[in-house]
Design a protein around this ligand. Structure first.
Ligand code: ATP
Length: 233
């Protein structure tokens, strides 16, 4: 049995259908990349898993239990944490306070606490007492990832963590992923930056207009196959 599955997952925004019966799986300890063009349904997929969009109970199955109907807070308590697109930090809180928000509501022991998040992202330790607003985009992204880790999740969902960042900053952020994986966490990365995603992924799904257009190990596909799955042939 996989750690996390979606079974015939559909999603709607009023009468607009964004996802069409997605069957996906994430294994324990695996890093999965979900790639696809703008509007392919990647964020919607993460919203459905994290409880921001609720649906049929068995459309999302975590550790063999149906969670598709649960709220975001309930899902976070079970061990699935989301790094949302756009970071969504609390501007009036300091870096440290933003991080501490992450373990509010989930008393799970594990490798992640302020100390280990600061050793993952040393720049955050230097800025721990500063407000989060004047931070650079990269630093804000580090806070958003650190905040999600503070709940010691079994599954970390990352929505476009490279968006709007300079290449050198993206490299710094992506260097953290193998370290996160080494703690045993399973990770789903949603990305438009295919190159970054493929470097860290054990397996990938490409979405196109709410459907899976490609699935498998990144090395199994040629550039042309990925291009066709991404943009449509
Ligand atoms: P992006 O990279 O732009 O975030 P995406 O692959 O994450 O793209 P989604 O954000 O999941 O795509 O959007 C999938 C489809 O659902 C798109 O057609 C989008 O316009 C539509 N959509 C997303 N959010 C809403 C919403 N709140 N209301 C209506 N339609 C929406």
């Amino acid at each position: 049995m996989s750690l996390l599955e979606t079974r015939n997952l559909t999603a709607f925004y009023r009468d607009f259908q964004a996802l069409f019966g997605l069957n996906t799986r994430l294994e324990e300890g695996e890093t999965l990349a979900v790639i696809g063009a703008n509007g392919a349904g990647k964020s919607t997929y993460l919203k459905a898993i994290s409880g921001l969009l609720r649906g049929d109970p068995w459309s999302v199955v975590f550790g063999g239990e149906p969670i598709g109907h649960l709220s975001a807070a309930e899902i976070m308590q079970r061990g699935i944490a989301l790094v949302p697109e756009g970071r969504r930090l609390f501007p009036s809180l300091t870096v440290e306070e933003n991080l501490l928000v992450g373990n509010y509501g989930r008393a799970a022991s594990g490798p992640w606490n302020l100390h280990s998040v600061f050793s993952l992202f040393p720049r955050l330790q230097e800025r721990r007492h500063q407000a989060s607003t004047p931070l650079s985009g990269g630093e804000q992204q580090m806070v958003a990832i650190g905040r999600a880790l503070m709940s010691n999740p079994r599954v970390l969902l990352c929505d476009e963590i490279s968006l709007g960042l300079a290449p050198i900053v993206i490299r710094d952020i992506y260097q953290a992923l193998p370290k996160i994986k080494a703690t045993g966490a399973s990770v789903i990365i949603v990305e438009q930056d295919i190159v970054q995603a493929m470097k860290v992924a054990d397996r990938l799904y490409c979405f196109q207009e709410g459907r899976i257009s490609l699935a498998g190990h990144p090395a199994a596909f040629s550039r042309e196959e990925i291009h066709a799955a991404y943009f449509g042939a």
